[in-house]
Design a protein around this ligand. Sequence first.
Ligand code: ADP
Length: 379
Amino acid sequence: MAKQWNKKRIGIIGGGQLARMLQEAAHPWAVDLHFLDPQADAPVSGLSKQFVQGDWQSADAIEAFGSTMDVVGLEFEAISLEGLERLEAKGIACYPGSKVLSIIQDKGKQKQFLEENGLPTAPFHLLKEGSSVPDVPCVVKLRKGGYDGYGVKVYKEAPKVEQWPPFSGELLIEELAAIDREISVMVARFPDGSSRYWVPTEMVFHEEANMLAFQLCPARISGEQAQKAQELAAEAAEKLGLIGLLAVEFFLLKDGELWINEMAPRPHNSGHQTIEASYTSQFEQYVRILLGLAPGATKNSGASALVNLLGAPNAHGKPDYSALGGLFKEEGCYVHLYGKTEVKPYRKMGHICLLSDDIKGLEQKAKEISTKVKVTAGK
Ligand code: ADP
């Protein structure tokens, strides 16, 4: 007899904030997901009784964790590929699977995949370690191991030889895109091959620092551009053969063209506002996929802004959330804290989602909060 839907054993590799929000989404159905994370005090550890401490970079740890599961998912892509392959060889469904991950883990392979499948992206070439370098404006990226802007260097002018290379490792060199806006589309793809996507989110960056300031949803782009981005994102998920979630980040160029920047096969920061601003959140949708349930509606219930709550520039130690107290006075402001036991400079400690029908007002408020509100270190 088939297992009841809510009795399936679902294993999630990773126990950070994305895992925590996944468990929060499974909670109303009284489902405890299982989690694997090396840190005993990982953000999800206090939320699920099914928490296993172990290294996601070890194939043995992933195999041991996943072997007793019906389905395995993830919140983080830099895990042992071999571990996932061993699970698949045992017939355990992995959403996303190892083939998708092998492309995504390497920014060079991602670009080749996009090019081979006719999906628009910045022209690029791959450099072996130590090879000679172009002296033109360009963007240099580490193929593996970069995150949140680390491992990316944007040269608006031709780089000086002494600045080169900015990282050690295999590199991807991209043409400098003439960016008007950066947007992201979340897609969910179900085991039957059907897809659902959400309204595009706009990522607004700090003018000087190459860092995200806040996000707005819907993105301030035309209806045709939104539709084109959604179609491209769904096409990328289908061509990857992915089951699960895919965040597709785009550059909207000054001439109106869309280029795919990069993709992540998991819940993503650019989809956090779906918790309050969508009929179904990205987290609930992923839980539905993992449990084998029907898709939820992805319509927006209103406009939203999202601000990450980061550690203050010099904060080291136990987090102190005093500066956040005032946020509760804001109308339509939803505060999420990730339960991290230590604050570090610029570490993501939580986020807030603001809801309002007035997108101009949202932008103003998000800008203000993102510059003023930081998590400090206390006792
Ligand atoms: P990460 O994976 O660390 O988030 P990204 O590849 O998204 O790194 O790059 C970080 C940021 O650098 C982008 O959001 C964008 O602002 C800028 N950037 C990346 N690639 C290009 C490019 N080809 N042209 C211009 N800017 C770029």
